[in-house]
Write a protein that binds this ligand. Structure first.
Ligand code: ATP
Ligand code: MG
Length: 411
């Protein structure tokens, strides 16, 4: 399917116009490049502006004293203008990538055309200037029209230079729903063995965007080759169904691991290798455990227990993930999530904090030590089965009866 591109001017925020005025007023040339141009042409919202210029970093620093070098050797500057910040890179080429990650030598070049050739994919190498319009010597627009991710130049060399590009290309395919052009896909497969040379953080950033994209099946080709086994990510079926889940990290990552033979072991390995933030690892672990807990017993009682232990959000993610990877049938997943919604709507208690009595009430009645927690758990088990029992007076009357019988110390 050919897409129609929106070739109207790329809307530029006022602060970006100021930046253009300052740099071009000083005799330099600036272009918008990368995601902003690509997304505007596709009619998608523009979220950040990457800029490229012939101004050297020293000149940028002189014109914008607040600019911060983000690796001077890479000729990149972060330039704050008013409330906004722009990434500005000086036209450059890159040579000799010894470690498949970092350019060994970066050399400034005079012409934008040369700079575009070092970029990874044609659809990110289209530029836009507010007066000159679009400049697209690599014909990225034809790839945009036909929905193709194509490497700039010899794909295998480009992935050899920087293996992160393999994941960046898959990320574009997942987010945009593009296919990866044949030679580019073949080179990705051929060079996938270089992925372990990348840092965990950079891989995590790209993998997260791939999983949260509308078409996470873009990762299938690498998964099928076992190319992510070094991260513990292996042995699962196609990822396309993940596209139906909310595009948030926890449900998507949960569904990735849920479809593996040993989800928790795989999560532990990936979490260490990718240096996943604790909140993500913890959220995925809880959702996986909630899903596993529901597989054996799908009663309301067990559902409430899981809600109490992991929280309704993690249970919802576990149910969705289980449905998306076939651990739960679509009917089972639908039934569980409807029942959970019902429990929440009716306000039925499922955790200690929802009991009509609390620890202080028990202490006032003379309960001490372990008996406080154990009694709360016993009460919770009862109100889980019988929500109507959750009334202060009813519970208190029973507890006072117990107290008269000397049961407060749990003995
Ligand atoms: P998004 O902003 O949605 O992440 P983007 O294409 O703008 O997508 P950025 O990471 O912002 O991606 O990079 C901006 C541009 O810089 C890219 O479009 C590409 O032209 C170039 N670029 C970034 N990283 C690389 C890389 N590893 N190799 C080659 N070119 C790159
Ligand atoms: Mg960008």
């Amino acid at each position: 399917m050919e897409r129609t591109l929106d070739r109207t001017p790329v809307p530029l925020p006022g602060t970006l116009r100021q930046l253009f005025a300052v740099l071009e007023g000083a005799g330099y040339e600036v272009w918008v490049v990368g995601g902003a141009v690509r997304d505007h042409l596709l009619g998608r919202p523009v979220h950040d502006y990457d800029l490229t210029t012939d101004a050297p970093p020293e000149a940028i620093a002189a014109l914008f004293p607040d600019a911060i070098g983000t690796g001077r050797q890479f000729l990149s500057m972060r330039v704050p203008v008013g409330e906004d910040r722009y990434e500005l890179t000086t036209y450059r080429t890159e040579q000799s990538y010894g470690d498949h990650r970092h350019p060994g030598a970066v050399r400034p070049v005079a012409h934008i055309g040369e700079d575009l050739c070092r970029r990874d994919f044609t659809i990110g190498a289209i530029c836009y200037h507010p007066l000159r319009g679009y400049y697209d010597p690599l014909d990225g627009m034809s790839d945009l029209r036909s929905g193709r991710v194509r490497a700039v130049g010899e794909a295998a060399c480009r992935f050899e230079e920087d293996a992160l590009r393999i994941l960046r290309g898959i990320r574009l395919a997942s987010e945009l729903g593009f296919v990866i052009e044949r030679a580019t896909a073949a080179a990705m497969a051929a060079k996938a063995g270089l992925l372990p040379s990348l840092s965990g953080e950079r891989m995590l950033y790209e993998l997260d965007r791939i999983l949260r994209g509308a078409h996470p099946g873009a990762l299938d080709a690498l998964l099928e080759r076992g190319a992510l086994a070094f991260l513990g990510i292996e042995g699962r079926g196609p990822l396309a169904p993940l596209g139906t889940l909310p595009p948030d990290p926890i449900p998507r990552w949960t569904a990735l691991f849920a479809g593996m033979p040993q989800p928790r072991a795989a999560l532990a390995r990936a979490s260490a290798a990718l240096r996943m933030p604790g909140a993500l690892t913890g959220g995925v672990a809880a959702s996986l455990d909630a899903m596993a807990g529901l597989e054996g017993e799908r009663t309301d009682r067990n559902l409430k227990r899981m809600m109490g232990r992991y929280g309704p959000a993690r249970v919802a993610d576990g149910i969705r993930a289980g449905g998306a990877c076939g651990r739960l049938s679509p009917a089972e997943a639908e039934d569980l999530s409807l029942r959970m919604q019902g429990i929440l709507q009716r306000g039925e208690p499922y955790c200690r904090g929802m009991l009509a009595v609390n620890g202080r009430d028990l202490i006032r009645l003379g309960y001490r030590g372990k008996a406080v927690g154990e009694t709360l758990d016993r009460l919770l088990a009862r109100v889980i089965d019988c929500p109507a029992y959750n009334e202060y007076n009813k519970i208190l009357a029973d507890l006072m009866q117990d107290a008269r019988m000397g049961l407060q110390n749990g003995r």
